[in-house]
Ligand binder design. Structure first.
Ligand SMILES: Nc1ncnc2c1ncn2[C@@H]1O[C@H](COP(=O)(O)OP(=O)(O)OP(=O)(O)O)[C@@H](O)[C@H]1O
Ligand SMILES: [Mg+2]
Length: 349
């Protein structure tokens, strides 16, 4: 039996069955499944990262729930890095550090959520380092999550970060429109409610970067229609969608400002003719994003980058596109810029 250690409970709804797969989370899902089926063997540790509300906790707990459901005498501990830190501090204060160590070093599956909060916590990192070594050495599975990839965890000891990368690092990206609709359909049907496809699509178009917000909008819409005894229609749903739906539409000017800010440049540097490396690289990036995130054509983009010819624009776009395929670090960078924009503006579908 699973020993009910004083540990955070697993949410029963966070299972693999309830997790909708899409291009955005395919690797993280497959890796989690592999780890659940062969803990300590497939990928150890598994490190899942992605931005807010994209399913990291869901996947971690799905692995835990899977092991619990197997009925094997395994000990699963799900915790957050913050809670791990608090437990350690309490143990030190109460002179119960040996018991704390004993607990964490005798488990079969350790799930640690949100390790970005370990930044700057030296004693906790030290303890986790030893826990990690102990568990890893005895082929026990470790799964970690974070809002960014290991190499971006700047306040963490190098030896810890390097261990985080020993196994597999898998990212979760924001879901595309199709996946967002599929998620909404799944969430509605879990509640035993049928919602028409056009309504699902409307919500999915409005909320693009956070599955939690997507789910929240659906629940709100359902509640409204139930309270008012009215059918959900595109018209009556308009008014109840949250802020994100009312955000300003993303324009090329927004992209230029965001990119300029990130690279410490001015908007007119991106529009101008300078061939300085930092400037032309940032310009390529802004052009790529303009094409990737808005509905503007190459000629239309050219007009907004100092009246450049559409072939020049296309060249910049292709250049970044190719580079992205070869450079994961650049991918991460582009994703960060995109996230920043999506957090404030409504991206074109
Ligand atoms: N692919 C998916 N299929 C079904 N539900 C999903 C999916 N992705 C996320 N969710 C749901 O969205 C909500 C938020 O997910 P979760 O809490 O796992 O995100 P997170 O990445 O841990 O976010 P945070 O960074 O805020 O901790 C949960 O209710 C989860 O079930
Ligand atoms: Mg989470």
């Amino acid at each position: 039996m699973i020993q009910p250690h004083d540990t955070l409970p697993l949410n029963r709804d966070y299972t693999f069955d309830m997790f909708v797969r899409g291009k955005n989370n395919h690797l993280a899902y497959a890796a989690s499944m592999a780890v659940a089926e062969a803990p300590g063997k497939a990928y150890n540790p598994l490190f899942i990262y992605g931005s807010v509300g994209l399913g990291k906790t869901h996947l971690l707990q799905a692995i835990g729930n899977f092991m619990v459901a197997s009925g094997l005498p395994k000990t699963v501990v799900y915790t957050t890095s913050e809670r791990f830190a608090i437990e350690l501090i309490t143990a030190i204060r109460n002179n119960t550090t040996p018991a704390f160590r004993e607990k964490y070093r005798r488990i079969d599956l350790l799930l640690i959520d949100d390790v970005q909060f370990l930044e700057g916590k030296e004693a906790t990192q030290e303890e986790l380092f030893h826990t990690f070594n102990e568990l890893y050495g005895s082929e026990k599975q470790i799964v970690l999550s974070s809002d960014r990839p290991p190499e971006k965890l700047s306040g963490l000891q190098d030896r810890l970060v390097s261990r985080f990368r020993w196994g597999l690092v898998a990212d979760i990206q924001p879901p595309d429109l199709e996946t967002r609709i599929a998620i909404l359909r799944e969430k509605a049907s879990n509640r035993g409610i049928h919602v028409d496809d056009d309504i699902l699509e409307l919500i999915a178009r409005r909320i693009s970067s956070n599955v939690r917000a997507l789910e929240g909008a659906l629940i709100k819409a359902i509640a409204h229609s139930e309270l008012q005894g009215a059918r959900l229609t595109p018209q009556n749903i308009e008014g109840m969608l949250p802020e994100e739906g009312k955000r300003e539409k993303l324009t090329i000017a927004h992209i230029k400002d965001e990119v300029a800010m990130r690279y410490h440049l001015k908007r007119h540097d991106l529009e101008g003719a300078s061939r300085k490396k930092e400037i032309s690289q940032a310009r390529h990036m802004a052009i790529y994003l303009a094409r990737n995130m808005t509905n503007n054509s190459f000629p239309a983009i050219g007009k907004q980058f100092g009246n450049r010819d559409h072939t020049t624009i296309m060249h910049s776009y292709m250049k970044v596109k190719t580079l992205l395929e070869e450079t994961p670090l650049l991918q991460a960078e582009v994703n960060e810029i995109k996230e920043g924009l999506r957090a404030r503006f409504q991206e074109n579908p």
